[in-house]
Design a protein around this ligand. Structure first.
Ligand code: 5GP
Length: 127
């Protein structure tokens, strides 16, 4: 069991397979700590996923278990991706779904980077 109450890390999850190069992705950034690639089903004009290279199920899992260096490296990569995509000046949104109520589908910690248009309110009532 991971710290978030989710099942233990499954190395067969889709993002693990992308990290291992078994499944292609449209890569936008890669460094020692993170890989970033376009979401296969973009919800906004720019919709990129940033994933750490370690085996972490969720945000809770990652922040409880990763080294400070890995956590800093990951979040620096998120900021670098947004900047490289030209989102810094107009603005953007970062979001991470966690667990059942959070709507997390892929059990490898990831951050969504949304941008390319005004994004409106953060969460709408009822959905
Ligand atoms: P979650 O709900 O777990 O936060 O979001 C998972 C995201 O991964 C979804 O936005 C979904 O479109 C994206 N996704 C699922 N499978 C693939 C894939 O094989 N390749 C890419 N690039 N994105 C994927």
């Amino acid at each position: 069991m991971s710290v978030s109450g989710l099942p233990p890390y499954d190395p067969a999850n889709i993002f693990a397979r992308i990290l291992r190069g078994e499944i292609p992705c449209k890569r936008v950034h890669e460094d020692e700590w993170a890989l970033a690639f376009h979401d296969i089903n973009p919800l906004t004009p720019t919709h990129v996923l940033v994933i750490p290279k370690g085996e972490w199920v969720s945000a809770a899992d990652f922040h409880a278990g990763a080294t400070a260096e890995a956590i800093a490296g990951f979040w620096r990569a998120v900021a670098a991706v947004a900047k490289a995509l030209g989102l810094e000046a107009p603005g953007y949104r970062i979001l991470s779904n966690m667990g059942g109520d959070g709507g997390q589908e892929v059990p490898h910690f990831h951050v969504h980077v949304f941008g390319g248009r005004p994004l409106g309110r953060m969460v709408r009532a009822g959905g």
